[in-house]
Design a protein around this ligand. Structure first.
Ligand SMILES: [Zn+2]
Length: 305
Protein backbone atom coordinates (compact mmCIF):
# COMPACT_ATOMS: atom_id res chain seq x y z
CA UNK A 1 0.00 0.00 0.00
CA UNK A 2 1.37 3.40 -0.92
CA UNK A 3 2.01 6.09 1.66
CA UNK A 4 -0.81 8.22 0.25
CA UNK A 5 -3.28 5.35 0.44
CA UNK A 6 -2.24 4.64 4.02
CA UNK A 7 -2.64 8.29 4.91
CA UNK A 8 -6.01 8.40 3.23
CA UNK A 9 -7.20 5.31 5.12
CA UNK A 10 -6.00 6.89 8.34
CA UNK A 11 -7.77 10.11 7.39
CA UNK A 12 -11.06 8.25 6.80
CA UNK A 13 -10.65 6.39 10.11
CA UNK A 14 -10.05 9.60 12.04
CA UNK A 15 -12.96 11.25 10.26
CA UNK A 16 -15.29 8.38 11.12
CA UNK A 17 -14.07 8.22 14.75
CA UNK A 18 -14.45 11.97 15.19
CA UNK A 19 -17.92 12.21 13.79
CA UNK A 20 -19.26 8.85 14.89
CA UNK A 21 -21.39 10.33 17.67
CA UNK A 22 -23.60 12.08 15.16
CA UNK A 23 -23.30 9.68 12.25
CA UNK A 24 -26.32 8.00 10.80
CA UNK A 25 -25.41 4.59 9.44
CA UNK A 26 -24.76 4.99 5.75
CA UNK A 27 -26.09 2.36 3.42
CA UNK A 28 -23.87 1.32 0.55
CA UNK A 29 -25.08 -2.02 -0.66
CA UNK A 30 -23.37 -1.66 -4.04
CA UNK A 31 -20.39 0.34 -5.28
CA UNK A 32 -22.40 2.01 -8.02
CA UNK A 33 -25.73 3.75 -8.32
CA UNK A 34 -27.48 4.90 -11.48
CA UNK A 35 -28.13 8.66 -11.39
CA UNK A 36 -29.64 9.18 -14.85
CA UNK A 37 -29.54 7.40 -18.18
CA UNK A 38 -25.88 6.40 -18.70
CA UNK A 39 -24.75 8.36 -15.60
CA UNK A 40 -23.52 6.56 -12.47
CA UNK A 41 -22.02 7.40 -9.08
CA UNK A 42 -19.27 5.17 -7.68
CA UNK A 43 -17.60 4.63 -4.31
CA UNK A 44 -15.69 1.85 -2.57
CA UNK A 45 -16.48 3.06 0.95
CA UNK A 46 -19.22 5.70 0.88
CA UNK A 47 -16.68 8.36 1.88
CA UNK A 48 -15.19 9.28 -1.50
CA UNK A 49 -17.63 9.34 -4.41
CA UNK A 50 -16.87 9.61 -8.14
CA UNK A 51 -19.16 9.82 -11.16
CA UNK A 52 -18.97 8.48 -14.71
CA UNK A 53 -21.00 8.82 -17.88
CA UNK A 54 -21.17 6.27 -20.68
CA UNK A 55 -21.42 7.95 -24.10
CA UNK A 56 -21.74 6.24 -27.48
CA UNK A 57 -18.05 6.91 -28.03
CA UNK A 58 -16.58 5.96 -24.67
CA UNK A 59 -16.67 6.76 -20.97
CA UNK A 60 -15.89 9.98 -19.08
CA UNK A 61 -14.92 9.72 -15.40
CA UNK A 62 -15.15 12.48 -12.81
CA UNK A 63 -12.63 12.24 -9.94
CA UNK A 64 -9.98 9.54 -9.76
CA UNK A 65 -9.30 9.70 -5.95
CA UNK A 66 -6.56 7.04 -5.66
CA UNK A 67 -5.32 3.93 -7.45
CA UNK A 68 -7.36 1.50 -5.34
CA UNK A 69 -10.55 3.48 -6.00
CA UNK A 70 -9.62 3.98 -9.67
CA UNK A 71 -8.98 0.28 -10.35
CA UNK A 72 -12.24 -0.70 -8.64
CA UNK A 73 -14.11 1.90 -10.73
CA UNK A 74 -12.52 0.67 -13.95
CA UNK A 75 -13.68 -2.88 -13.23
CA UNK A 76 -17.24 -1.66 -12.49
CA UNK A 77 -17.25 0.36 -15.73
CA UNK A 78 -16.19 -2.77 -17.64
CA UNK A 79 -19.26 -4.59 -16.30
CA UNK A 80 -21.51 -1.89 -17.80
CA UNK A 81 -19.85 -1.20 -21.14
CA UNK A 82 -17.06 -2.45 -23.37
CA UNK A 83 -16.47 1.09 -24.64
CA UNK A 84 -13.06 2.60 -23.78
CA UNK A 85 -12.56 5.14 -21.00
CA UNK A 86 -11.64 8.31 -22.88
CA UNK A 87 -11.41 10.95 -20.14
CA UNK A 88 -10.77 11.06 -16.40
CA UNK A 89 -11.28 14.56 -14.97
CA UNK A 90 -9.71 15.91 -11.77
CA UNK A 91 -11.85 18.44 -9.87
CA UNK A 92 -8.97 20.11 -7.98
CA UNK A 93 -5.45 19.66 -6.68
CA UNK A 94 -5.69 17.91 -3.30
CA UNK A 95 -3.91 14.59 -2.90
CA UNK A 96 -6.98 12.82 -1.53
CA UNK A 97 -8.94 13.59 -4.73
CA UNK A 98 -6.36 13.98 -7.52
CA UNK A 99 -4.45 10.73 -6.93
CA UNK A 100 -5.29 7.61 -8.93
CA UNK A 101 -4.75 9.01 -12.44
CA UNK A 102 -2.30 6.27 -13.45
CA UNK A 103 -4.80 3.38 -13.85
CA UNK A 104 -6.89 5.57 -16.19
CA UNK A 105 -3.84 6.61 -18.23
CA UNK A 106 -2.89 2.93 -18.46
CA UNK A 107 -6.42 2.21 -19.69
CA UNK A 108 -5.86 4.73 -22.50
CA UNK A 109 -7.71 7.72 -21.04
CA UNK A 110 -6.75 11.38 -21.16
CA UNK A 111 -6.54 12.79 -17.63
CA UNK A 112 -7.41 16.46 -17.35
CA UNK A 113 -7.12 19.15 -14.67
CA UNK A 114 -7.34 22.94 -14.63
CA UNK A 115 -3.90 24.50 -15.13
CA UNK A 116 -3.86 25.87 -11.57
CA UNK A 117 -4.43 22.41 -10.14
CA UNK A 118 -1.76 21.06 -12.49
CA UNK A 119 0.82 23.61 -11.30
CA UNK A 120 0.25 22.58 -7.67
CA UNK A 121 0.32 18.88 -8.52
CA UNK A 122 3.62 19.35 -10.31
CA UNK A 123 5.13 21.23 -7.37
CA UNK A 124 3.73 18.90 -4.70
CA UNK A 125 4.02 15.30 -5.85
CA UNK A 126 2.18 12.73 -3.75
CA UNK A 127 2.95 9.03 -3.83
CA UNK A 128 -0.16 7.99 -5.74
CA UNK A 129 -0.69 11.15 -7.77
CA UNK A 130 0.17 11.19 -11.47
CA UNK A 131 0.33 14.43 -13.42
CA UNK A 132 -2.64 14.95 -15.75
CA UNK A 133 -1.91 14.32 -19.42
CA UNK A 134 -3.79 17.51 -20.37
CA UNK A 135 -4.68 20.83 -18.75
CA UNK A 136 -7.31 23.43 -19.43
CA UNK A 137 -7.42 27.13 -18.57
CA UNK A 138 -9.86 29.98 -18.18
CA UNK A 139 -13.34 29.80 -16.70
CA UNK A 140 -15.20 27.54 -19.07
CA UNK A 141 -14.62 24.65 -21.46
CA UNK A 142 -16.99 22.22 -23.16
CA UNK A 143 -15.87 18.74 -24.15
CA UNK A 144 -18.06 16.58 -26.36
CA UNK A 145 -17.57 12.85 -26.59
CA UNK A 146 -19.97 11.04 -28.91
CA UNK A 147 -23.50 12.07 -27.99
CA UNK A 148 -22.57 13.69 -24.66
CA UNK A 149 -21.19 17.09 -23.73
CA UNK A 150 -19.63 18.01 -20.40
CA UNK A 151 -19.30 21.63 -19.29
CA UNK A 152 -16.24 22.45 -17.19
CA UNK A 153 -16.76 25.51 -14.97
CA UNK A 154 -13.93 27.18 -13.06
CA UNK A 155 -15.47 29.72 -10.70
CA UNK A 156 -12.34 31.26 -9.19
CA UNK A 157 -11.15 30.80 -5.63
CA UNK A 158 -13.18 28.70 -3.22
CA UNK A 159 -11.38 25.49 -2.20
CA UNK A 160 -7.97 24.26 -3.28
CA UNK A 161 -6.72 25.19 -6.75
CA UNK A 162 -8.40 24.93 -10.11
CA UNK A 163 -11.68 23.74 -8.60
CA UNK A 164 -13.87 22.59 -11.49
CA UNK A 165 -17.62 22.03 -11.43
CA UNK A 166 -18.80 19.55 -14.08
CA UNK A 167 -22.26 19.74 -15.67
CA UNK A 168 -23.80 17.28 -18.13
CA UNK A 169 -26.35 19.55 -19.84
CA UNK A 170 -28.32 16.80 -21.61
CA UNK A 171 -29.06 14.86 -18.43
CA UNK A 172 -28.88 17.95 -16.17
CA UNK A 173 -26.51 16.20 -13.77
CA UNK A 174 -23.58 17.97 -12.05
CA UNK A 175 -20.53 16.70 -10.16
CA UNK A 176 -19.41 18.87 -7.23
CA UNK A 177 -16.33 18.07 -5.13
CA UNK A 178 -15.65 19.27 -1.59
CA UNK A 179 -17.49 22.62 -1.69
CA UNK A 180 -20.77 20.94 -0.70
CA UNK A 181 -21.14 18.03 1.72
CA UNK A 182 -24.82 17.37 2.44
CA UNK A 183 -25.86 16.84 6.05
CA UNK A 184 -22.47 17.70 7.59
CA UNK A 185 -20.92 20.81 9.16
CA UNK A 186 -17.69 21.98 7.52
CA UNK A 187 -14.82 19.50 7.76
CA UNK A 188 -12.79 20.17 10.94
CA UNK A 189 -10.61 23.30 10.63
CA UNK A 190 -12.05 24.33 7.23
CA UNK A 191 -8.85 23.42 5.35
CA UNK A 192 -7.95 25.42 2.23
CA UNK A 193 -11.29 27.21 1.90
CA UNK A 194 -11.61 30.95 1.30
CA UNK A 195 -14.95 31.49 3.07
CA UNK A 196 -16.27 34.52 1.18
CA UNK A 197 -15.12 33.28 -2.21
CA UNK A 198 -16.68 29.93 -1.31
CA UNK A 199 -20.02 31.67 -0.66
CA UNK A 200 -19.78 33.54 -3.94
CA UNK A 201 -18.97 30.31 -5.77
CA UNK A 202 -21.91 28.43 -4.24
CA UNK A 203 -24.30 31.15 -5.42
CA UNK A 204 -22.78 30.78 -8.91
CA UNK A 205 -23.12 26.98 -8.79
CA UNK A 206 -26.81 27.43 -7.93
CA UNK A 207 -27.23 29.46 -11.12
CA UNK A 208 -25.85 26.67 -13.36
CA UNK A 209 -28.27 24.57 -15.36
CA UNK A 210 -28.67 21.17 -13.66
CA UNK A 211 -31.17 19.38 -11.45
CA UNK A 212 -29.32 16.42 -9.93
CA UNK A 213 -25.86 16.52 -8.43
CA UNK A 214 -23.35 13.92 -7.27
CA UNK A 215 -21.23 15.12 -4.35
CA UNK A 216 -17.73 13.80 -3.66
CA UNK A 217 -18.70 13.57 0.02
CA UNK A 218 -22.24 13.02 1.21
CA UNK A 219 -23.40 12.32 4.76
CA UNK A 220 -26.94 11.37 3.85
CA UNK A 221 -28.11 7.83 4.46
CA UNK A 222 -27.63 6.88 0.80
CA UNK A 223 -24.49 8.80 -0.19
CA UNK A 224 -24.39 7.44 -3.73
CA UNK A 225 -27.81 8.86 -4.56
CA UNK A 226 -27.99 12.21 -6.32
CA UNK A 227 -28.66 15.35 -4.35
CA UNK A 228 -30.09 18.59 -5.67
CA UNK A 229 -29.80 22.36 -5.42
CA UNK A 230 -31.44 22.36 -1.98
CA UNK A 231 -28.28 20.62 -0.66
CA UNK A 232 -26.15 23.39 -2.14
CA UNK A 233 -28.43 26.07 -0.69
CA UNK A 234 -28.14 24.40 2.74
CA UNK A 235 -24.34 24.46 2.54
CA UNK A 236 -24.45 28.17 1.69
CA UNK A 237 -26.94 28.87 4.51
CA UNK A 238 -24.67 27.10 7.01
CA UNK A 239 -21.66 29.27 6.14
CA UNK A 240 -23.81 32.42 6.40
CA UNK A 241 -25.36 31.28 9.70
CA UNK A 242 -21.90 30.51 11.08
CA UNK A 243 -20.70 34.04 10.36
CA UNK A 244 -23.97 35.67 11.47
CA UNK A 245 -23.80 33.72 14.73
CA UNK A 246 -20.23 34.88 15.30
CA UNK A 247 -21.19 38.53 14.77
CA UNK A 248 -24.29 38.21 16.96
CA UNK A 249 -22.04 37.06 19.84
CA UNK A 250 -19.61 39.92 19.19
CA UNK A 251 -22.52 42.36 19.31
CA UNK A 252 -23.64 40.91 22.63
CA UNK A 253 -20.17 41.69 23.97
CA UNK A 254 -18.96 38.10 24.22
CA UNK A 255 -15.18 37.89 24.45
CA UNK A 256 -14.21 36.83 20.89
CA UNK A 257 -12.00 33.97 22.02
CA UNK A 258 -14.89 32.50 24.01
CA UNK A 259 -17.27 32.57 21.03
CA UNK A 260 -16.15 29.17 19.67
CA UNK A 261 -17.10 27.66 23.07
CA UNK A 262 -20.43 29.40 23.58
CA UNK A 263 -21.93 29.75 20.10
CA UNK A 264 -24.41 27.03 19.17
CA UNK A 265 -26.34 26.64 15.93
CA UNK A 266 -29.17 24.30 16.96
CA UNK A 267 -30.65 24.37 13.47
CA UNK A 268 -27.73 22.11 12.46
CA UNK A 269 -27.54 19.91 15.58
CA UNK A 270 -28.39 16.77 13.63
CA UNK A 271 -25.71 17.33 11.01
CA UNK A 272 -22.74 14.99 11.12
CA UNK A 273 -19.76 16.55 12.89
CA UNK A 274 -21.83 19.11 14.83
CA UNK A 275 -20.48 18.09 18.24
CA UNK A 276 -16.87 17.63 17.17
CA UNK A 277 -16.36 20.28 14.50
CA UNK A 278 -18.70 23.24 15.10
CA UNK A 279 -16.17 24.80 17.48
CA UNK A 280 -13.36 24.39 14.92
CA UNK A 281 -15.58 25.91 12.22
CA UNK A 282 -16.15 28.96 14.47
CA UNK A 283 -12.42 29.35 15.17
CA UNK A 284 -11.92 29.49 11.42
CA UNK A 285 -14.54 32.24 11.04
CA UNK A 286 -12.85 34.15 13.88
CA UNK A 287 -9.45 33.88 12.16
CA UNK A 288 -10.96 34.96 8.85
CA UNK A 289 -12.76 37.97 10.31
CA UNK A 290 -9.77 39.13 12.38
CA UNK A 291 -6.96 38.47 9.90
CA UNK A 292 -8.80 38.90 6.62
CA UNK A 293 -9.54 36.27 3.98
CA UNK A 294 -7.16 33.39 3.37
CA UNK A 295 -5.97 31.58 1.36
CA UNK A 296 -5.78 34.33 -1.24
CA UNK A 297 -3.85 34.62 -4.49
CA UNK A 298 -3.50 37.83 -6.49
CA UNK A 299 -3.63 36.14 -9.87
CA UNK A 300 -6.97 34.53 -9.03
CA UNK A 301 -8.64 37.41 -7.25
CA UNK A 302 -11.02 38.03 -10.12
CA UNK A 303 -14.10 35.87 -10.30
CA UNK A 304 -15.69 35.14 -13.64
CA UNK A 305 -18.12 38.04 -13.32
ZN1 LIG B 1 -10.10 19.27 -1.37
Amino acid sequence: MTKVLMLQKLFIMITLMTISSATIAKEISKNIHQIAQNVYSFSTNGEYISMFVVTDDGVMVFETMNSYHAKAMISEIKKITDKPIRYAFHSHNHWDHASGGAPFIKAGATTLAHEEAYAWMKANPGGDMTLPTQTWSGNRKDITLGDTTVELHYLGMNHGLGMTIFVLPESKVAYVADIVTPNRVIFSVVPDFNLREWERSLAEVLALNFEKVVFSHNEKKHPLKAGNKADIASQLAYIRDLRAGFFAELKKGTNPILIPKVLKLPKYKDWVGYDAWLEMNIWRVLADEFMGPFPWRPEQAESKQ
